[in-house]
Design a protein around this ligand. Structure first.
Ligand code: CMC
Length: 432
């Protein structure tokens, strides 16, 4: 078959050129516009990157119309059912599911990097007790570059690997330290005999004065949530990591930029906003009022946890988390959870409403995740930290992919300038 291309004609000059089409393994083809400025003197304009592929990637694929999410080709539903967060992390980083021996080595590497430098730990004392944990986590992650000089040559593959192990191992320790600082409790050191999620729960909930036993149901629920949050292709925070990393900035700076970007309510911060919204709605009687507000363009209110740039169908993660809510709440003996009941009812009402149907607005991953985090005893201000913690694996995989690509160059978007044309400086005495 002849290579596909699109012909572009400048209606003013009649000049034409062929824009080549590039095909991936699945998904829409992309139009290669790299020669557009050279041949026609124009840029493309796509605010919010609605139809712009900023890079080529082999990590994650989403079909938003069908509600499909694949990590390295594997459906997220299968990984959620059969895999573990550590195995998924290996898959995202290395491209293939690990053999038993490789998984054991990977897990051991992560377990042996869990402690953070004591000086770094003391940074937390500099934060006010009511600082948002995301502020602490992004600052401490950025500060890691001041400690781990021995492995920060981004052009050295071994250094990149050590960085990956360090950040994935230490981010739970940093998250837990932020939590303990908020509570005014002593920091709890990691335990390398525990698996990733059990260790996180231990650092969150243990206190020096009493024994603490990790409930395996809690650890399993967390592991599943982390699998579902681990990557989501070129979302805002991942694109931020890529953009910051494309400058050659150290990888801790790039991940810290990702943590900061993920905090907004349109992105990872939505899980916190969903619970606030459900509490504000209060009872099912108030649902019509809030749905009407969400539809009213003069109000800033949106149904948090609803809608997605890519999914125009059910977010597959939302379905899995909703199922998990039923199971986890039942196992914890809290099936009569009023916020979950309210969320189910709100979903039902919105999915029948013409406004949401016409715009293909469905529950997204964040609609139900906060309900599980709450049931596990994780405070609301930590929800977005949980998102960032799990997404760190995806950020690292994308950063690694980008840095290892010989064609990588600094990301530098162009603009449509609509400010004043060139004008001459006027002396202050002559200004109106
Ligand atoms: N409630 C009410 N109306 C909405 C909502 C909502 N949650 N989401 C989108 N719309 C409307 C929007 O007003 C617009 O209407 P119209 O065509 O009449 O102007 C239409 O639907 C298209 O929305 P958009 O804002 O152009 O879509 P977007 O792709 O720019 O934004 C979004 C996607 C996720 C930011 C948005 O749906 C939203 O703000 N949702 C609530 C926040 C949320 O749950 N975020 C988590 C996203 S999933 C996790 C993650 O990415 O981290």
């Amino acid at each position: 078959m002849a290579p596909k291309n699109y012909q572009l004609t400048d209606s003013a000059t009649g000049k034409t050129s062929d824009l080549p089409v590039r095909s991936g393994t699945i998904g829409p083809d992309v139009l290669d516009v790299a020669t557009l400025y050279r041949d026609h003197g124009v840029f493309t304009f796509d605010p919010g990157f609605g139809v712009t592929a900023a890079c080529e990637s082999r990590i994650t694929y989403i079909d938003g119309d069908e509600g499909v999410l694949l990590y390295r080709g594997y459906p997220v539903e299968q990984l959620a059912e059969k895999s573990s967060f550590m195995e998924v992390s290996y898959l995202l980083l290395h491209g293939e599911l690990p053999a038993r021996k490789d998984l054991d080595i990977f897990v051991s590497n992560i377990r042996h990097h869990t402690m953070i430098n004591e000086t770094l730990l003391r940074f937390f004392n500099g934060f006010h007790h009511n600082a948002h944990p995301m502020a602490m986590v992004s600052a401490v992650v950025a500060s890691m570059s001041a400690f781990y000089h021995d492995s920060m040559d981004i052009n050295n593959p071994r250094h990149r690997e050590i960085f990956a192990h360090r950040i994935i191992a230490k981010i739970p320790t940093i998250a837990a330290a932020a939590h303990k600082h908020s509570l005014g409790q002593p920091f709890v050191y990691p335990r390398n005999d525990l698996d990733y999620c059990s260790n996180l729960l231990h650092m969150f909930f243990a206190v020096p004065c009493a024994p603490y036993r990790v409930d395996p149901i809690y650890a399993q629920a967390l592991d599943l949530l982390f699998i579902l949050h681990a990557d989501h292709e070129q979302n805002a925070s991942t694109s931020t990591v890529r953009l910051a990393g494309s400058t050659g900035a150290n990888p801790y700076a790039a991940i810290s930029a990702g943590v900061s970007a993920s905090g907004g309510p349109a992105h990872g911060g939505a899980n916190e906003a969903v619970l606030e919204m459900l509490e504000e709605i209060g009872t099912a009687d108030n649902i019509p009022k809030y749905v009407a507000m969400a539809k009213d363009k003069s109000s800033h209110f949106r149904l948090m946890g609803f809608g997605h740039r890519v999914y125009k169908n059910f977010d597959p993660r939302a379905r899995l988390i909703r199922e998990m809510c039923h199971k986890v709440l039942a196992k914890l003996g809290r099936s009569d959870n009023p916020l979950f009941e309210l969320a189910l009812r709100l979903e039902e009402v919105a999915l029948k409403d013409e406004y949401f149907v016409a715009r293909k607005l469905y529950p997204n991953v964040d609609f139900y995740s906060g309900i599980i985090y709450s049931a596990l005893g994780i405070p609301r201000s930590m929800f977005t930290v949980m998102f960032a913690l799990a997404r760190t694996v995806g950020w690292v995989a994308h950063w690694q992919e980008m840095i290892a690509d010989p064609a990588m160059r600094i990301s530098r978007p162009r603009q449509l300038y609509s400010g004043p044309k060139r004008r001459d400086y006027t002396d202050i005495a002559g200004r109106a």
